[in-house]
Design a protein around this ligand. Sequence first.
Ligand code: DSN
Length: 456
Amino acid sequence: MKDVIFDLIDSEKKRQSEGLELIPSENCVSAEVLKAMGSILTNKYSEGYPHFDGIPGWSEDKIAKEVLPNYRYYGGQTNIDRIERIAIDRACRLFHADHANVQPHSGAQANNAVYYAWLEPGDTVLGMSLPAGGHLTHGAPVTLSAHIYNFVGYGVTEEGDIDYDDFEEKALECDPKIMLVGYSAFMKIPDFDRVAKIRKAAEKKFGHEILLMADMAHVAGLIAGGVHPNPLDHGFDVMTTTTHKTLRGPRGGVILSKGNVASPLKKPEKKLENIPILIDRAVFPGTQGGPLEHVIAAKAVAFGEDLKPEFKEYAKNIVENAKTLAEELKKLGFVLMGGGTENHLILANMVASFGFDGKIYERALDMVGLTLNANAIASDKGGAFRPSGVRLGTPAITTRGLGKKEMIILAGWMKKVADICKKAETEENLEKYSKELEEIHKEVKELALRFPVPAI
Ligand code: DSN
């Protein structure tokens, strides 16, 4: 008998096909990425790392005897090693990195490995605070890393940009070991050069090296596509990212770094120049066991797609769509944080726009097949469960081929749903407007089916 799980997968295929995905951290993978991810590579254990290309000053013979047998803890790695090596090489080419660790199971795992590579318990990390748009793993008190390390949060300005004065003041006060630029709800392009200058001043004051880390999980695809600056080109040592957002790969993480690339078998001195090796040791055996080689193969396929010229066009279109959608929403009375967007992401303050919160709007949009998420805005009073805003973005709909014309239609639907929420006032009352919502749903479905989800 067919397992019910497959019925539910079919049902999810229908939901994705008939609706439009506006969650800015989601995307639709290609058939090739899906095929690699669903392959028999999932059968294989391969703790360790693929064979190394060479170690300066070591003979081939010495490497063969002393290093290679120790690189993996299981036999049968002929194909796995080649796959992982290709994933690493492609990731390095995409982001101008000296080294890539492609094994993190997620962005959170990637961040935790970087912390473990560089910090001692109690050390300080300066990162964007959660209410300002930072990520849970940048110091939210509920996380494991917040129990181990000391996180100091910087904020954003009224205009929605990083408050660089606050950043600088805190950097020169809190003696950070890591300075972190990264976020999951931020619409501006960071001034990486300014942060690199602040790092130098803080290093001078405190007399030790400070790791410059960028968590680019949201915008990595824009960086790869050349429409967003690359922190590794602007003095940053490490960049972490997930692989499933704008990069359009399988769910997972990767850590890119600058520095000496050498054998992870010997623990090097804790210096910035050794960060690639420290990171390899921190991922395995530091914080993870067996790598997911079927996912690593899918990462390699996605990185191959991201290196193609078409991906540059895709990245450009993501940003153009987001800007068009933001402008249309503003014309219709939506108050947008930061006044709009410079990337793929839009944060609308629903309380300031129409007097209701993000949760009722998320629910009503779900009813018409438009999916986004309620999201706190800086200095939000509504808490995590009744945030004032909604966060939306264009990576998935751009993959499906929607363009300027459809952004204008989409903004119109969003306004109609906002008008219904205003009348309904509560989520329970939305049912009273089910006929009006169903009319919009029909239109959404008709348009969505004209732009098929790849690989479905
Ligand atoms: N959950 C991701 C996002 O939606 O931004 C961050 O981890």
